[in-house]
Design a protein around this ligand. Sequence first.
Ligand SMILES: [Zn+2]
Length: 263
Amino acid sequence: MTDWPTREQWAEDRRKFPRLPDGWQSMQPSNAGYVRHHLADYASDAEIRAVIALLEQAWRDLGREVRAAAPHSGAKLEASAKRRDVNDWTKQLQEEDASLPIYSGRRLKREELLAMVPLLGQIEARYTTACDAARIAWEQWRDSVAIVDVSDEAWAVELERRQAEEERRRRRAEELAAWDANREEWERQRREEAIARGVATRARRREKRFQEAIQALRNNALRPADHCRCCKKPLIDPPSIARGIGPECWEHVLKAVEREQAA
Ligand SMILES: [Zn+2]
């Protein structure tokens, strides 16, 4: 079981690290408080597509400016640099997890960008509003946790939370153990099946070798060998070596032949 902090330690930790409200834990902290940064939280798919279409139009317009400008002129370099900026933003906005704020200025000025794509300004304004609200919420929360509750009631809640957590961990451990047991059982079955298949295969091969030995006996084609042609055991006595079949297998072969003759 877990070594939970003592009440004194718990109270001290609470003063040092107050717990964030639940909704904030999934958000990115920033100096504006806890706020969502995903573009998709502030703009619909259609709006994002419209912004991208406008940027693509701006990219084509700047292309015309580049081509129209005199070679190596300042105007040509300027237009090329702006065009690269537009291209970078387009890519940024097309990414699955595009985040705000979009603008990180290089050559193209923010006013120029927003003049080309006013909708982007509206979207960023929504984000700014969210940041303001988040900052206010953050400041309120920070002021409220300055008085940390370490009362008997808060301690009772903490003990309940610990109990629930212990229970959750115990169930998880049980699930894992059950899963392990199932896996062991499954692997045991698989091993047994593999062994059974091996036994069947070996029996089939031995039977085939008996049939071949019987055929060889009929055809007078038995040959000397140092291992039994039926069971592969090494042969020691001269008669066995001479026919290439050990005593036990020889008996089996002779009985089979007798049975066939009787039939
Ligand atoms: Zn044998």
